[in-house]
Structures are given as C-alpha cells and as structure tokens.
Design a protein. Sequence first.
Length: 108
Amino acid sequence: MPGYPTQTAMEEPLLRAMLRRGRDIWFSIDGIELEIELAEELHVSDENRDFKDDSLPSPHRKWRNHIQWVRKKLVEKGEIKNNTEKDHWSVSDDGYRRLGLMPPRVAE
C-alpha cells in the first residue's frame, strides 16, 4: 500500500475534519474534500491520494478506501454513529469527548 498513516493515527484527524464540516456529513457529497483535507494534514502525496489498485475488477482509490476503514473502526469504538444510511457519517458524543470537546446539547 502507498505511504499512508496508520488507521489509528488517522482516527482523531478524521473526527476533527468531520466536525469542521458539522457533526454530520454525507460521504458522497463531502468525501472528496474530506480526502483532500486529510491528505494535506497527514502529508499524503497527491500520487498516493490518487493511487488506484488496477488489479481489482473495479479499481478504486486506496486512500478513499483507507478513510472508510478508519470510519469503520470509529463506528466500532462508538465515536462515529452507525447510521442506517451507509453514506451518512455522524460524530457521536463519545467522538466529541475523545477530542476533549463537549457534545452539543440536543433540543428536546
């Protein structure tokens, strides 16, 4: 795999990047900008960010896939909500607390 940070090293940067866009993102809409922002923050070259695995029947960019695996780990830790819509990513209260932030109060 190209030179990517470990998934663990990417967890907090991903949470912070999501919060800069608001608590919730739609990956199909925000994904490209999120990928670029994380690549810049974590010093992933444009070449590595755009790397595709052509050995697969449907080549996809490895950087995008790597971010999606980080999201999966954060869902398992309860720091990103496991929304019913696969494309909808939301920082949970535990994700806020991990970053040392108070979760926003929800109006009842």
